[in-house]
Design a protein around this ligand. Structure first.
Ligand code: MN
Length: 128
């Protein structure tokens, strides 16, 4: 008996954060595809098969929120949940992320349980 595992794209340029998030997700049997730049991640999305995206906001090649705007403007991709990850502890961050089209928002340092809870909520919730 096998269960189809969800595939989660992680776009994060900090290697320590990437390792941590990957470990948390793989421990829960998610398949992780990691990218340290937004551009290659956006290219990969065109091939399909990604169920959810964890998007760092601060990236070397493109702001993660701009990358999210591109995803949400693309009819083939806009259904994919995007969860923003940011270290910025600014009061208006959540509003900024949601305005860019992110489906949820998580602050770093990553809280394992909250991360998994948010992810499972998006992957298991029936579509309205
Ligand atoms: Mn970053």
């Amino acid at each position: 008996m096998s269960v189809v595992k969800s595939v989660i794209m992680v776009i994060e340029d900090n290697p320590d954060n990437m390792d941590l998030v990957t470990e948390i997700l793989e421990d829960e049997d998610y398949t992780v595809e990691g990218f340290d730049r937004a551009g290659p991640g956006l290219d990969r999305l065109q091939s399909g098969g990604i169920d959810l995206i964890l998007m760092d906001v601060s990236l070397p090649d493109m702001n993660g929120l701009d990358a999210t705007r591109l995803i949400k403007k693309d009819d083939a991709l806009k259904h994919i949940p995007v969860l923003a990850l940011t270290a910025h502890a600014m009061a208006n961050d959540e509003r900024t992320c949601m305005d860019a089209g992110c489906d949820a928002y998580l602050t770093k340092p990553i809280d394992d349980e909250l991360l998994l809870q948010r992810i499972s909520c998006f992957l298991e919730a029936p579509h309205a």
